[in-house]
Design a protein around this ligand. Structure first.
Ligand code: PRP
Ligand code: URA
Ligand code: MG
Length: 208
């Protein structure tokens, strides 16, 4: 599994603003979307293109188009929705496959409560969106279900990841590439990332 850690000053700056203790819901939400947009630019840089000949203003011209069935973005409910607008800004025609998981607070195991995937998943590149990769349980369960639906090309975008979670995902799904704004130090005793962002879902939705 390739793990790409963003090294762009704008991403570092924006993530730093998100870490402020008293960041407002509006700012956290806006910044989630902005960082997601920047990560999308990174993650799509190796998408295959093909040449097509079109009629331009001065006659035929060869242009590059993204090849094949293109992308389905896969926001993981709830917090992944906070990244969706930024990604759709850059890939406006992407189909959206929504996956719902919450983490059981005691066992830290992911509990699935919703799935609605796009058509022809076997022909699409899936781009998973979730601000947090903590123990890795949610991401592994999401990749499992995407593979069951036929998907073979899978990438993920995360704002903050824990080393423990990355190692677990790498072991189970070494063929999946991830793009992260930062890899933090560790998980605490209740499965939260340190220094992390706190509960990203609550911050995006203003529920705490
Ligand atoms: O790597 P893991 O240990 O599985 O944890 C990461 C998951 O936990 C958070 O979701 P949460 O369960 O809080 O749901 P929410 O988005 O509804 O807040 C986060 O958005 C990830 O989906
Ligand atoms: O640090 C964490 C871990 C899981 N989910 C979050 O929202 N934050
Ligand atoms: Mg949450």
């Amino acid at each position: 599994m390739a793990v790409h850690v963003a090294n762009h000053p704008l991403i570092k700056h924006k993530l730093g603003l998100m870490r402020e203790k008293d960041v407002s819901t509006k700012d956290f939400r806006d910044l989630s979307s902005e960082v997601a947009r920047l990560l999308t630019y990174e993650a799509t840089k190796n998408l295959e293109t093909e040449t097509q000949t079109i009629q331009g203003w001065a006659g035929d011209v060869d242009v590059e188009r993204i090849k094949g069935k293109k992308i389905t973005i896969v926001p993981i409910l709830r917090a992944g929705l906070g990244m969706m607008d930024g990604v759709i800004d850059l890939i406006p025609s992407a189909k959206v496959s929504v996956v719902g998981f919450y983490r059981n607070e005691e066992t830290l195991q992911p509990v699935q409560y919703y799935v609605k995937t796009a058509s022809a998943m076997e022909k699409r590149t899936a781009l998973i969106l979730d601000p947090m990769l903590a123990t890795g349980g949610t991401l592994i369960a999401t990749i499992d279900l995407l593979k069951e639906s036929g998907c073979t090309k899978i990438m993920g975008l995360f704002l903050v990841a824990a080393p423990e979670g990355i190692a677990k995902v790498e072991e189970k799904h070494p063929d999946v590439d991830i793009y992260v704004a930062a890899i933090d130090e560790r998980l605490n005793e209740v499965g939260y990332i340190l220094p992390g962002l706190g509960d990203a879902g609550d911050k995006i939705f203003g529920t705490k």
